[in-house]
Design a protein. Structure first.
Length: 800
């Protein structure tokens, strides 16, 4: 046991060390702040310097958790380049901020405007640094930002750990102090008292307790009754009796005590009383901490497995960000049942190595899910106990894909720079050369000594250097590409031409891409000279071309006139052929159709001249003569009508709308259509118009529609379907009816003859179909017919 005086001295020494440690931390911070504030005079300089040179890390983060600015301290502390720091999200630094927690944190920050908390961020090398983070919500130009100050608190944490250890030592020392020891009788009277740690009955003096009853204290009666009962039971049973009780002190604090009663005599007991308030609070804290730890483990995106050396899963926690199986589906299974064989073996090897070496074993592996998606994981194996491993698994698919994209971009950029034949300069706004990449062109300055020099001192003619500087300044001011051309006279006497493009690279830096264009420029000069010579030749050629053009125009006019005369001759020839054909046909008609009536008349005249009939037969002979003359007259009339319908007309061809033509025919025949109840339908969708003689087309339409109505079946309304379509090089207009039909086997050869009739019981002359055929041929076409007796006929008129 340590004596009371020595314990107090040890506690005092530890407290002094703690205060000195805190003072050193404050002094160090104050010294750094004073040194920085004395370095500058203006507030703006101080702010700029502080941001870029402060030991604390500063970054700007947008609402999407993307780092859009990082100061030098952050890049240096974490091991990233200035550009590399902008390629990650805040979750890459602090894994507590996955997308869901970041959204909640952002809303909380908007409400509170500033939040300070402790965390740990990961360096590029994978090291976790303890930090104090102050997040500030700022709106700039209508955009929300999080300006974050990050301070590494490793020393503070070490100091806190030292203080914690010291406090632990203090508690250990204080635990060595004996508890309160009370000698009490069976009535609750205090016989003796030795004070231990803490207050017992609102007092610290022995004389305030000894000789008084427990009921005389301000202890609650129910607690006093419990203690007296506990004392008497110890006397009765001669066994140690333990109880716990609590009550509120006047300051409102609840205290907990543990009392152990041991029989001392027949009426006395020794009570050992311990203040267990801290223990009770600690138990409550442990319970809360356990609940918090379980909630945290279940909420973190990583999965934590406990496995034995054989690869059996013992426990599983976390994994809120994964689509893993549940604990019941994993615990008790072997990894070789759950993983591809090669991956399972690799994990078992790292587990065994972690157990043997006691060092963290890290591997990466890939899994293919059932939906064929590829996922990458990082697994860290840590020895846990003698023969178990704690495996922390994190999905790194996004990081892997991002790393691959970065690698490809770097390869692409390197390949582009290697492939570009141009010279590339990096310059500041004052004209100093900061970097250089050679190309295939000749340079006026020495590439080995150009970096660090100013363009005005590089040997380039002053007017060219000033022209380049002006383009650079304009590129910075406008943020647009500035292109200029210039030429340089080299020592070898050759003038070389260059094109320079200035692009803004940063706030005060320019990227200049210079290409030698000597060949194209020389070619352009030669081209201009050649163009001048060509222009002179062109002027001479234009005069010759004008003469040729006039000659060609005259030749074309002659050719057109010849072609026109040839077309006229062809048309005249076709007309003559058709007229000859018609004349031959007319001779045939006259010889066959006029012979019979003329022979009858001549025979009657001879009978008259010979006086071969009596006076009584005179009226009969005159009647026969009259009939013969009438027949001759009728025949002459029909022939005249045929001639008028089939001879070539002086009428010009024109565009004929077939639907309108049918409508005109229907109007002319409306009485015949009405009384016959005829139904006429048309379909001219394929060929709505034709180019022909309107009078001939109308006559054909009228003849075929009239025949369809005239030769209909008795008791049945005529149905006429008229349709146009393209067949080979002809426009085919078909007229289909449901009439009597024609026996083509019997009458096919004489179907289109003059005075040919096939239905004697129906009145008619037999000229209709003859005219249809004659007029169609006059138009350069032909007529075809399909017919069945009792079912109807279809006449097809083909026109060119």
């Amino acid at each position: 046991m340590i004596k009371e005086k020595e314990l107090l001295e040890e506690i005092r020494r530890l407290k002094i060390e703690n205060e000195l440690l805190r003072f050193q931390l404050k002094s160090q911070s104050a010294t750094q702040s004073a040194a920085k504030s004395n370095s500058f005079h203006s507030f703006e300089q101080l702010t700029s310097y502080t941001i870029n040179h402060t030991n604390d890390m500063i970054c700007w983060i947008n609402e999407k958790a993307e780092v859009i600015y990082a100061n030098e301290a952050l890049c240096k502390q974490l091991g990233y380049s200035k550009m590399g720091a902008l390629d990650f999200k805040i979750s890459d630094l602090d894994r507590t901020y996955i997308s869901e927690t970041w959204k909640d944190f952002w809303q909380k920050l908007k409400k509170q405007t500033s939040i300070t908390y402790e965390s740990a961020i990961k360096t590029k090398a994978g090291e976790l640094l303890p930090t104090e983070v102050t997040a500030n919500f700022i709106i700039f130009e209508n955009t929300e930002y999080n300006c974050t100050y990050i301070k590494i608190i490793t020393e503070r944490k070490q100091a806190q750990e030292k203080i914690r250890l010291q406090e632990y030592k203090e508690k250990a020392l204080l635990k060595a102090i004996p508890d309160h020891i009370i000698l009490m009788n069976n009535k609750g009277l205090y016989i003796d008292f030795r004070k231990g740690k803490g207050d017992l009955l609102y007092t610290t003096l022995e004389e305030d307790i000894v000789g008084r009853s427990i009921y005389e204290s301000s202890m609650p009666k129910d607690v006093a009754d419990l203690i007296v009962f506990h004392v008497n039971k110890a006397i009765e049973t001669d066994e140690v009796q333990s109880i716990e009780y609590s009550f509120d002190f006047p300051n409102g604090t609840k205290y907990f005590f543990e009392s152990r009663a041991v029989r001392y005599t027949d009426s006395l007991v020794v009570r050992i009383v311990r203040d267990i308030t801290e223990r009770k609070k600690a138990e409550e804290r442990i319970r809360m901490e356990e609940a918090r730890k379980n909630a945290l483990l279940n909420g973190i995106p990583d999965v934590i497995f406990i496995m034995d050396a054989k690869g059996d899963y013992i426990d599983m926690r976390g994994g809120s960000g994964f689509g893993f199986l549940s604990e019941s589906q994993i615990i008790g299974k072997n990894i070789l049942e759950m993983m591809p064989l090669e991956t399972g073996k690799l994990i078992l090897e790292t587990n065994q190595k972690a157990i043997e070496t006691g060092e963290i074993q890290t591997i990466e592996y890939e899994l293919t899910y059932q939906d064929s998606s590829r996922h990458f994981f990082e697994s860290r194996a840590i020895k846990y106990g003698n023969a178990h491993v704690l495996r922390i698994v994190r999905e790194i698919t996004e990081k892997k894909l991002n790393d691959e994209q970065v690698r490809l971009r770097e390869q692409h950029k390197a390949a582009l720079l290697k492939a570009i034949p141009d010279m590339i300069f990096v310059m500041n706004d004052k004209g100093d050369y900061l970097d250089y990449k050679g190309g295939r062109g000749r340079v006026f300055i020495n590439p080995n000594t150009v970096i660090g020099t100013n363009i005005l001192d590089s040997g380039i003619p002053k007017e060219v250097a000033e022209q380049i500087l002006e383009a650079n300044q304009k590129a910075i001011a406008t943020d647009e590409v500035q292109t200029i051309e210039y030429h340089l006279l080299f020592p070898d006497g050759i003038t070389r031409y260059y094109e320079s493009r200035s692009v803004k690279y940063s706030e005060n830096q320019i990227l200049r891409i210079v290409r030698e264009i000597t060949e194209s420029k020389v070619a352009e000069i030669e081209k201009n000279n050649l163009l001048q010579e060509t222009q002179i030749l062109n002027e001479e050629l234009r005069a010759s071309e004008e003469e040729i053009r006039q000659t060609l125009e005259h030749t074309i006019e002659l050719k057109e006139e010849i072609e026109k005369r040839e077309r006229n001759l062809i048309q005249v020839n076709e007309d003559l052929i058709l007229q000859n054909k018609q004349l031959s046909h007319y001779r045939h008609i006259v010889s066959h159709n006029l012979r019979a009536p003329v022979a009858n008349i001549l025979g009657l005249i001879q009978v008259f001249q010979m006086g071969l009939f009596s006076q009584e037969e005179m009226p009969l002979m005159l009647e026969k003569l009259q009939k013969a003359v009438n027949k001759l007259d009728e025949t002459l009339y029909d022939l005249n009508e045929v001639l008028s319908q089939t001879q070539l007309s002086q009428e010009s061809k024109q565009v004929i709308d077939l639907a309108k033509e049918v409508a005109l025919v229907e109007e002319t025949m409306k009485s015949q259509i009405y009384y016959s109840n005829a139904k006429i339908t048309t379909d001219f969708s394929q060929v709505p118009q034709i180019y022909a003689l309107e009078s001939a087309v109308r006559s054909i339409f009228q003849s075929l529609i009239s025949n369809a109505i005239k030769f209909c079946k008795e008791g049945e309304s005529p149905i006429i379907e008229i349709k146009s379509e393209l067949v080979d090089n002809y426009v085919c207009i078909s007229f289909k009816d449901n009439g009597l039909g024609i026996d083509l086997k019997k009458y096919g050869d004489s179907l289109f003859g003059l005075y040919k009739r096939f239905h004697p019981h129906i009145e008619g002359k037999g000229t209709g179909l003859y005219l249809v055929k004659a007029q169609t041929e006059m138009l350069g076409g032909k007529v075809e017919v399909e017919s069945q007796v009792g079912k109807g006929s279809t006449f097809k008129v083909y026109l060119k």
